[in-house]
Design a binder for this molecule. Structure first.
Ligand SMILES: [Zn+2]
Ligand SMILES: [Zn+2]
Length: 261
């Protein structure tokens, strides 16, 4: 049974439903002990580009006020943590860090949903056979990891590469090695399992097993019912077993020294 998840969204990202209380109540009912919120963080872009799948900067204070109050209210029943999920966008990460620093986020999860800086690159989930795109994805994740600010890589296998398998193995090994070097765990993403996506990618997790990466499971909940997804968790456990992954409870990501506070 899943007792911890650090990957939870709220309605503020525009593609998640329900109230925070509904998520927390479901988690408590399911016997979970730890629930970390990691909604899509705001990002500052130049010009008039609008990124529609993340909270606005004007919503950040309310995010912390609401969840901070619930953390206190539910103390003793469940441990609530408050963080963010964000991409590493090389051109804008400096401004991004300045934006989130004043807030009491405990941790930052890397979710590299786009190549380059979002407005000038393709979604990572767009199928490609282009090795340069694959390499860029790994370069970008690695550069992000090197900042020391990311505590976990969510769905590290979110790049939908269907080209040369040797190139895939080479680049994913590089990603796994860089994450290991930084002491950052990789996340088996239950949203991918739940919605039958192309990830988790078997070959990726085989490499992670060989590399000896630390691994956690994340629900990636965008609805209250997703916070205790035991059906997908059972499949994740089989995957972890198959490749002898070093699986930890999700709150392990707070122990790696990559906390923001
Ligand atoms: Zn999302
Ligand atoms: Zn997510």
């Amino acid at each position: 049974m899943l007792t911890e998840s650090m990957h939870t969204h709220t309605y503020r990202c525009n593609h998640a439903d329900g109230t925070e209380v509904e998520y927390i109540e479901n988690a408590v009912r399911a016997g979970m002990q730890v629930l970390g919120f990691s909604d899509h963080a705001p990002y500052v872009f130049e010009g008039d580009y609008y990124s529609g799948f993340r909270m606005k900067r004007e919503q950040v204070q309310d995010y912390f006020d609401t969840l901070g109050a619930l953390r206190d209210e539910y103390a003793g029943r469940i441990d609530i943590h408050i963080g963010f999920e964000a991409e590493y966008y090389p051109k804008h990460f400096g401004e991004f860090e300045k934006l989130i620093r004043p807030y009491p986020a405990e941790y930052l999860i890397m979710g590299q949903h786009f190549i380059k800086n979002e407005y000038d690159g393709a979604p990572s989930t767009r199928e490609t056979q282009d090795e340069d795109t694959l390499k860029l994805f790994v370069d970008q994740c690695s550069e992000g990891l090197a900042t020391g600010l990311f505590a976990c890589v969510a769905h590290p296998d979110v790049i939908h590469f269907t080209g040369n398998p040797d190139a895939y193995r080479r680049e994913m090994r590089r990603l796994c090695e860089n994450a290991k070097k930084q002491g950052v765990p990789l996340e088996i993403n239950l949203l991918g399992i739940r919605t039958h996506r192309f990830y988790p990618n078997e070959e990726f997790w085989r490499i992670a097993g060989e590399t000896g990466n630390d691994v956690v499971v994340g629900c990636d909940a965008h609805a209250a019912a997703d916070v205790c997804d035991d059906t997908s968790y059972a499949i994740a456990l089989e995957l972890a077993d198959r490749y002898a992954l070093r699986l930890h409870d999700a709150s392990f990501i707070l122990k790696g020294g990559h906390t923001l506070l």
